[in-house]
Structure formats: structure tokens, C-alpha cells
Design a protein around this ligand. Structure first.
Ligand code: SAM
Length: 362
């Protein structure tokens, strides 16, 4: 017998009021994304940084060259961004003062420090018009019986895939932002992995312009490094004496090395393509006894990372579902792919924030 919701749910008034507030929050969270985009476009993090890391509202209005009439509006914008954890404020100060926190620090432009990466392109791309339109088409996309492999709502609506050489035909600015974003992907905490693992030679598969490999070589000059990427990417990679750049296609062959690194790549592809890429990785490495392994750096969706990190993982999965054919995977998904690609074993060796480092053995 079907359950009668009236017998199960009997909310109190307090619960209903809370539910209404929660509904407002969930319906309006896109405004936080818009406010973040606005802060990036106005260069608010950089302005606060240039003002010594703290700024009053009038100082900020002047530094940003905004009309004085916008002061009360900027206060409201900053209030939301502080409450959302994007900036900090000085508690108890006589004058309202805004400060950078680690999140807004990530958005400061022109910082040379090694631990700093410049993530503004991610914040800008995720609220670009074509992404938002794809999101708005989600219910229509669900209702359509589309051929397999299933195109994403983005591809179905706009007629071109995202992160593809044809994306610029749709939106040159979005394509530029995405390429910049890829070049800026983090290399935090990677170097220790390769030193302690006794890696002698490494191929970074889909290694982009070689940013990761240059970071590894800096820490471990003895590791012989190769970067494989598509010809149009390798053509624009900065020359480096110790990096062997190879233009090619990872679906066909991967330059041999003791270790193949596959970093922030597989979530762009569906399971069948991941198996094909990993089969090529397996061919490129020696046996397990000779130290052969593939190192994968990706999200491994897992609630044990805590509610905030887990929510970030699930949102990243929705981002994939909306825009590309790939997905974020949990440990079972990864295991299935590794076994299909002919590997014998794997180990999640480290967590890096919401991501994990997985070693996969032949
Ligand atoms: C998201 S980026 C990751 C870049 C890099 N691994 C990092 O962590 O910064 C994916 C990379 O895979 C490359 N790629 C895509 N298809 C490829 C293929 N068939 N063969 C080689 N590289 C490919 C792209 O050009 C891009 O540089």
C-alpha cells in the first residue's frame, strides 16, 4: 500500500518556518555565485590585498574606482560574501573592515608565491551564460531519450561539447577562460608524492602545458619527465631543458615510463573512454615488480571527507553531468574501471582536500 505523506509528515510551525527559510536559501544560492563573480570582476580580492590585506568600505570604493553612490550597495554585497565565507571581516572593529581569508586569497591576481594558484577562471566559467543555459535545460534533457553515449545538457543544447576544439565556435570568451583555468590547475602538495615514491621516470598523460611536471622537476631534478598532450596544446607549451614534450593522442599510445601520471583528466571522460585511456597507460609502464604504476589524481566521492568537502564533490559531479560526458566517481566506480582496464590492484594513498591520489598497479 502506498504511504500517505499526511500520516508521515506533520511538521510543526517552527519546522515549517525553518523549511521556508531553507527553501529561500536553496532557491537563491545562485545569487552567491553571482556575487562571487561580481567580486572577481571588480577585482575586490586584489584591491584588499593591495590595501595591505584589510580595507574599510570607503577605502574599497575608492580603490575600485566605483561611484560613491554605490557604497551602500557594496556593503550589502560584502555582507553576503562574508556570511558565505568568501571574505572575512574584522570583528569588533570600530570601522567596518573587510579582510581576505584563504578563499579570497586564491582570487588575488599577480601573486608569485609558490603556494598560490589563481582560481578566478573557475569562478567565472561556472556562471557563464552557456553554463547557466545548460542548467536551465536540465529537466527537458531528462525527458529526452537521447542516443548513447549520452550528450550532456550543454552539448545537447548548444550543439558543441565543452572543453573541445569546437567550443570556441560557440563562445570564444568561455573557451579562453576554460583554457586559462586548465593552465592554472593546482600543483599543491604533489611534489612529496613523487620523491617518496621512488619514481625514476614519469609521463604526465594529458599534462597540458607541463605546469605540473615543471613543479615536480623543480623538487626532484632526477626524475626524467615527459608530457603527453594534443598537438595544439604542446605547440604552445613553454620550452624547458628537462621536459620531453610529446604531441600525441592518449587513446593511441602513451610514451613509456616507470610511472604514468593522470591528473584531473579522467573525470572529463565516460567510463568506456577511461578504460581505453587506462589500457594505454598500462601498456606504457613496466610490471609491478619493476615499480610500474599509474598515479591518478581525482575526486574519489566519499561522505567520510566531511559534509562540506562531500557537498563540494557532489556539486563537481553535477557540474560534469551538466556540461560534459564525464563524471566524478566513488571508489567502487574507480575499482570497476581499473579492473576492466586490466590492472590487478590499486590503493588510495593520500587525500588532497576533496581529491585523492590513487596508485594503480599492473
Ligand atoms: C583538464 S586538463 C588536465 C591538465 C593537467 N593534467 C593538469 O592537471 O593540469 C586535460 C588535458 O588533457 C588533454 N587531452 C585531451 N584529450 C587528449 C588526448 N586524446 N590525448 C592527449 N591529451 C589529451 C587536454 O588537451 C588537456 O590538456
Amino acid at each position: 500500500m502506498a504511504a500517505d505523506s499526511r500520516t508521515i509528515i506533520a511538521p510543526t510551525d517552527a519546522e515549517l518556518l525553518q523549511a521556508q527559510a531553507d527553501l529561500w536559501r536553496h532557491s537563491l544560492y545562485y545569487l552567491t555565485s553571482m556575487a562571487l563573480k561580481c567580486a572577481v570582476e571588480l577585482h575586490i580580492p586584489t584591491a584588499i590585498h593591495n590595501l595591505g590585506g584589510a580595507a574599510s568600505l570607503p577605502d574599497l570604493v575608492t580603490a575600485l574606482s566605483l561611484p560613491q553612490t554605490k557604497l551602500p550597495f557594496l556593503r550589502r554585497l560584502m555582507r553576503l560574501l562574508i556570511t558565505s565565507g568568501i571574505f572575512a571581516s574584522e570583528s569588533g572593529a570600530e570601522v567596518e573592515t573587510y579582510r581576505l581569508n584563504p578563499l579570497s586569497w586564491l582570487l588575488v591576481e599577480g601573486v608569485e608565491a609558490e603556494d598560490h594558484t589563481y582560481q578566478k577562471y573557475f569562478a567565472l566559467a561556472t556562471v557563464s551564460l552557456h553554463y547557466l543555459e545548460a542548467g536551465l535545460s536540465l529537466a527537458d534533457w531528462f525527458k529526452k531519450d537521447l542516443p548513447v553515449p549520452t550528450p550532456s545538457p550543454f552539448e545537447e543544447l548548444h550543439g558543441v561539447p565543452l572543453v573541445h576544439e569546437t567550443t570556441k565556435l560557440l563562445d570564444e570568451e568561455l573557451d579562453r577562460i576554460l583554457n586559462e583555468g586548465v593552465a592554472d590547475m593546482t600543483t599543491w602538495q604533489l611534489e612529496p608524492l613523487f620523491g617518496s615514491a621512488g619514481v625514476r621516470s614519469l609521463t604526465d598523460c594529458g599534462g597540458g602545458d607541463g605546469t605540473t611536471v615543471r613543479g615536480i622537476i623543480k623538487a626532484f631534478p632526477d626524475i626524467k619527465c615527459t608530457v603527453l598532450d594534443l598537438p595544439r596544446v604542446i605547440e604552445n607549451a613553454p620550452a624547458h631543458d628537462s621536459v620531453n614534450y610529446v604531441a600525441g593522442d592518449m587513446f593511441h599510445s602513451i610514451p613509456p615510463a616507470q610511472t604514468v601520471l593522470v591528473k584531473l583528466l579522467l573525470h572529463f571522460f565516460n567510463d568506456e573512454d577511461c578504460v581505453k585511456i587506462l589500457e594505454q597507460c598500462r601498456k606504457a609502464i613496466p610490471s609491478k615488480e619493476e615499480g610500474g604504476k599509474v598515479i591518478i589524481i581525482e575526486i574519489a566521492v566519499d561522505p567520510s571527507v566531511g559534509p562540506i568537502m562531500y557537498e563540494a564533490q557532489l556539486l563537481m559531479d553535477m557540474l560534469m553531468m551538466m556540461n560534459i560526458r564525464g563524471r566524478q566517481r566513488d571508489e567502487n566506480d574507480w575499482r570497476e574501471i581499473f579492473m576492466k582496464a586490466g590492472f590487478s590492484d590499486y590503493k588510495i594513498v593520500k587525500k588532497i582536500g576533496a581529491r585523492g591520489v590513487i596508485e594503480v598497479y599492473p
